[in-house]
Design a protein around this ligand. Structure first.
Ligand SMILES: Cc1cc2nc3c(=O)[nH]c(=O)nc-3n(C[C@H](O)[C@H](O)[C@H](O)COP(=O)(O)OP(=O)(O)OC[C@H]3O[C@@H](n4cnc5c(N)ncnc54)[C@H](O)[C@@H]3O)c2cc1C
Length: 434
């Protein structure tokens, strides 16, 4: 799907209840009351659309990329929070007291019915808590899986409370066509969770994988290889990632995103390069060959397939080399004659993975804590390093593919843009999904 079509679909979905309300409008009320209703309606439909922006739908995540999807998800959640806050404030000054028999369209009063107001207030407080928890998640001592469960259940509760508030208190929402529309949209949003957490795992049961090897690459990085069991494997593009579940039932929250570092042209086995970080990744070295695994994917748009640029720069920090290695391997296996230059940054020399394979390429190693005899680049991958290895020729028409820590990505991206590299020739992926 094209990004423009996705934007049109998003705007159409989010504004559909607003348009139907407008069509069904009775006597207009004062501007601030109409604005109050409009903000409430928009906040509700934006929240329902958040279920689609969870990053688990390939038609979105593979078109605009996971990073853009998740940034948009966060931006829209905050927008809905602001709209929901303004919604009651704009009603201030409107007489309250419930609906009068001579005022069927609620032109004169707003409701004071406790249940209708309580569901709205409850939804608002829950939404604020969800947004604040999501923003401060990394500082909180939650297991990621616990937070994820809370996020999903909280979102479902908010949708249910909003449905009650809208159809019982809303001037527009209480009209049957809109009550049905809201019900259909709310059920569809909940259905998306059912799809991700029930239907996809069900399908995955017949698509099992088995760990074929676990190999230590560096002191804290491992290569995990899976082979398909009784199926053809995964149809993916080099550079994409999957949700990986090793050793759990398919109905689990214990699945983590990892880029595939093998190449599609290399055969049906898929490999990952995994860095020890937290509770799952720290145990990866203990995984026994033969363990059952499940894979949901492929996702992501960090792929060079179909790109026609005459050269490709692969710039990685740490374990960010994983998807770039997949891309490099695919280019080599496919006999792609284009020039490839790799810039690979690490702290220490013993953290460099795949050194032999990369030594055979045009690779620049950058260390921020180099040993005494180090002849390569030192420090961080910054403007100076880039200027020494990419001249006007490369900057003019090469494709730049970046993956690594957020600070490195911003620095490299800013520098490339300052040097005139067009945005569409820079592909990036952060290893963060939040
Ligand atoms: C698109 C993408 C591709 C990635 N590719 C690689 C790769 O090739 N190699 C690699 O080593 N790492 C990769 N990561 C990072 C990897 O997913 C995390 O390091 C891993 O999930 C940490 O899990 P943990 O349980 O060991 O650590 P925890 O301590 O549980 O989590 C550490 C952090 O990792 C993230 N995280 C943890 N669990 C999940 C989850 N289930 N879903 C999403 N994020 C989670 C959260 O930000 C969390 O704060 C990638 C991440 C993303 C988003």
């Amino acid at each position: 799907m094209k990004p423009a079509l996705l934007i049109i679909l998003y705007v159409a979905t989010v504004t559909l209840p607003l348009c139907v309300s407008w069509l069904l409008a009775g006597e207009p009320r004062s501007w601030h009351q109409e604005l109050a209703s409009g903000f409430g309606i928009l906040a509700y439909s934006i929240l329902l659309a958040e279920f689609v922006l969870s990053g688990r739908f390939k038609s979105i995540a593979n078109t605009v990329g996971m990073d853009v999807t998740m940034r948009f998800h966060q931006l829209m959640a905050r927008t809905a929070l602001v709209l929901a806050l303004l919604h009651p404030l704009l009603y201030l000054g409107t007489p309250a007291g419930g609906q009068r028999p001579w005022d069927p369209t609620r032109q004169l009063t707003v409701t004071t019915d406790f249940a209708s107001l309580a569901s709205g207030i409850g939804a608002y407080l829950l939404l604020a808590a969800l947004v604040v928890l999501a923003m401060g998640r990394s500082q909180l001592d939650f297991r990621y899986e616990t937070w994820r469960l809370m996020h999903g259940v909280g979102a479902l509760l908010i949708a249910a409370l909003l449905w009650h508030h809208t159809v019982s208190a809303g001037r527009y929402g209480s009209q049957p066509p809109l009550s049905w529309l809201w019900l259909a949209m709310t059920v569809a949003a909940a259905g998306l969770l059912v799809y991700v957490y029930v239907l996809v795992p069900l399908r995955s049961m017949s698509h099992r994988w088995r760990v074929s090897s676990v190999r230590q690459l560096t002191p804290r990085q491992w290569e995990l290889t899976l082979k398909p069991e009784g199926h053809q494997g995964l149809d993916y593009k080099a550079g994409q990632f999957v949700w990986l579940n090793v050793g759990h039932s398919t109905f689990t929250l214990n699945e983590n995103p990892f880029s595939i570092c093998s190449a599609p042209a290399g055969g049906p086995e898929i490999s990952f390069m995994i860095k020890e970080l937290g509770d799952f990744t720290r145990t990866i070295g203990q995984t026994r060959p033969g363990t059952i695994a499940h894979v949901d994917g492929p996702y992501g748009s960090l792929a060079v397939e179909g790109r026609r640029e005459p050269g490709i720069a692969l710039i990685a920090g740490g374990v960010g080399i994983a998807p770039l290695l997949g891309i490099l391997r695919q280019l080599r296996l496919a006999g792609d004659p284009r020039k490839v230059r790799i810039v690979y940054g690490n702290r220490r020399e013993d953290q460099i993975a795949w050194q032999e394979e990369l030594d055979a390429e045009d690779a620049i190693f950058v260390l921020s804590e180099p040993p005494e005899q180090w002849h390569g680049e030192t420090g961080w991958i910054d403007g100076g390093v880039l200027d020494r290895h990419f001249g006007p020729e490369e900057l003019k028409d090469w494709l730049f593919v970046l993956c690594g820590p957020a600070a490195m990505l911003s620095a490299v991206e800013d520098h490339l843009i300052a040097r005139g590299v067009a945005g569409h020739r820079i592909l990036t992926e952060r290893f963060e999904y939040d």
